[in-house]
Design a protein around this ligand. Structure first.
Ligand code: C5P
Length: 258
């Protein structure tokens, strides 16, 4: 597609890539993190539902553990909307499953490789953030559609953050080297939203290891903007996060009948 005929971000449909290929070792032994159950439903299914809840998102690409794509595909089909929809679709949201890679970055790139040409806006959302509210998803999409090449949902920090010199041996005290001004720091969540061409270029250009996609766009010299995140978009990383996630779901059942 030539640049002239390519629809603008305001016009194109939105796809989401969900990297879900991590082992989740910090959560303890067991199934890959994305397949662990929250209130009886795999974390990944909660994450796909959270994105499919946005009226903007019409395709979700799930990046599965390298040896687990068939299992993840069956799982998605099994959780189709009540009433049943064709394989590969949850009502108005289609999904694809592709095998992931060694790093999060490689998994996202493999997801982008599977993205059909008509999608001009891409969200990247961690399967490990299963409870992100739809309003947060919509706010990210709208900021990309308004012209930002990259958008992150972000929250102010409660803790003061210190930069340290890593200790010579594990467990030794670590010398503090700096204290960044807390009011200017943000904790960044997902989904992060991108103009597709920008994200693809970032993945082609940046080769060093990064922990989020937006930092790759920063390395291209482009401006990334932050919109308000949400405390329920936290990442399930450690065992205590599972307790918190169950509590959020219990509260939603009480208040929304969810
Ligand atoms: O390890 P971390 O918590 O940063 O992982 C964030 C997300 O990236 C998780 O949803 C995880 O499943 C995914 N991931 C991946 N492929 C990897 C490593 C992590 O899709 N090789």
């Amino acid at each position: 597609m030539s640049d002239e005929s390519r629809p603008t971000p305001a016009q194109t449909p939105v796809a989401a890539v969900i990297p879900a290929a991590g082992r989740g070792v910090r959560l303890g032994p067991g199934a890959p993190k994305a397949l662990r159950a929250l209130s009886g439903t795999p974390m990944l299914i909660h994450a796909v539902r959270a994105l499919a809840a946005s009226r903007h998102v019409s395709l979700v690409i799930v990046v599965a553990p390298p040896d687990g794509a068939a299992e993840v595909k069956s799982l998605l089909d099994a959780h189709a909307l009540p009433g049943g929809t064709p394989s590969g679709s949850w009502g108005r949201t289609d999904f694809l499953v592709v095998p992931g890679g060694e790093s999060r970055q490689e998994s996202v790139r493999l997801g982008l490789d599977a993205l059909p040409p008509q999608y001009g806006v891409v969200l990247v959302h961690d399967a490990a953030r299963p409870l992100v509210p739809v309003d947060t998803v919509d706010a990210v999409v709208e900021a990309v559609r308004d012209g930002a090449p990259a958008v992150v949902p972000a929250l102010p920090l409660a803790d003061t953050v210190k930069e340290v010199e890593p200790a010579a041996a594990a467990g030794d005290p670590e010398p503090v080297v700096a204290t960044p001004e807390r009011s200017r720091l943000r904790a960044v969540q997902t989904p992060q939203g991108f103009d597709r061409a920008t994200l693809v270029r970032a993945h082609e250009t940046v080769t060093e290891n990064v922990t989020d996609d937006a930092s790759m766009v920063e390395q291209l010299g482009l401006t990334v903007v932050a919109v308000p995140g949400h405390e329920e978009a936290f990442k399930v990383t450690r065992p205590l996060d599972l307790v918190l996630a169950e509590a959020v779901l219990a509260r939603r059942r009480l208040t929304d009948g969810f």
